[in-house]
Design a protein around this ligand. Structure first.
Ligand SMILES: NC(=O)c1ccc[n+]([C@@H]2O[C@H](COP(=O)([O-])OP(=O)(O)OC[C@H]3O[C@@H](n4cnc5c(N)ncnc54)[C@H](O)[C@@H]3O)[C@@H](O)[C@H]2O)c1
Length: 265
């Protein structure tokens, strides 16, 4: 019998991470669910076990490189010295006009959304390399298509995730590691519950965490056609798909104008 596949998910206690953890559990994976929120992890662990799957959970602050290395190492060894999928999902969002947000809050957002991803990639690499056909999923966002007003710093962190994904997709091909990014537009989670910007007004908050989880599961095990075109970025939902295609094919002035209008700025 072939060994069970394993997935490590950061920020798994709530929102997209939680829905993703449950979806991989339904697909028979050993699920490593890590978060700052240990109460949320406890209920998640029970839900995963109720599905007949195995959960390994633990405290993790993604900004702490040592804790990340410790947790990833512990999980890989609990999962039989393999790591099939690494999902760098944990993130925070602070909305508002750039100058009205404290610089310390901007720094925190950069730490979680960018350094947290670097820490996850670094810690996971030796285990991904040792696992045939391993995949990294980074949570980017539709805000990595064009810089977003009232989300400037958040949007910039997602451009970082986009660049990291593109570069490591190229670098890690030699190790048979796929590196991909998910690009959802606004999703109904705690992250967006109190957010109101020009673009939330014009585009709404339509996606559910389960929509993203379903697309992550599909992207990890893609169709032959998607494998042949070597898809790296996965916009989620029709709005993000339209914006991504539009930005690719329209002139820069038009892309700017569309984003200006959508942001009411
Ligand atoms: N919600 C959206 O509209 C949306 C859209 C596009 C992309 N995303 C991205 O999806 C990811 C998940 O977002 P979500 O909507 O599920 O958010 P959420 O707030 O519902 O959940 C985020 C989880 O991450 C955890 N977390 C926060 N900081 C952490 C840290 N330092 N270390 C470990 N865990 C930490 C939280 O405790 C929480 O459980 C983020 O990267 C986010 O930027 C979200």
């Amino acid at each position: 019998m072939s060994p069970k596949k394993s997935v490590f998910i950061t920020g798994a206690a709530a929102g997209i991470g939680r829905a993703t953890a449950l979806s991989f559990a339904r697909n028979g994976y050993v699920v490593g669910a890590y978060d700052l929120d240990e109460v949320g992890l406890k209920t998640l662990s029970k839900e995963i076990e109720d599905l007949g799957a195995t959960a390994v959970t633990g405290h993790l602050n993604v900004t702490d490189a040592d804790e990340m290395a410790q947790r990833v190492g512990e999980f890989a060894s609990a999962a039989g010295n393999r790591l099939d999928v690494m999902i760098n999902n944990a993130g925070i969002l602070i909305a508002g006009r750039f100058e009205e947000i404290a610089v310390t809050a901007h720094h925190k957002e950069i730490d979680v959304n960018t350094k947290g991803v670097v820490n996850g990639l670094h810690a996971a690499f030796p285990f991904l390399r040792a696992t045939p056909g391993a995949v990294v999923v980074n949570m980017a966002s539709a805000s990595a298509i064009y810089g977003q007003a009232e989300l400037a710093n958040y949007s910039a962190t997602k451009f970082f995730v986009r660049a990291m994904t593109e570069a490591l997709d190229l670098e890690w091909k030699r190790y048979d590691i796929r590196v991909i990014a998910m690009w959802p537009l606004y999703v109904q989670t705690a992250m967006t519950a109190d957010v109101r910007t020009g673009t939330t007004d014009s585009l709404g908050i339509r996606l559910t965490a389960q929509d993203i989880a379903d697309d992550i599961v599909a992207a990890v095990d893609p169709s032959l056609a998607r494998r042949l075109i070597h898809q790296v970025h996965f916009p989620v939902g029709s709005q993000a798909k339209t914006l991504a295609v539009g930005a690719r094919f329209s002139p820069a002035w038009l892309t700017r104008l569309v984003n200006k209008r959508l942001a009411h700025s």
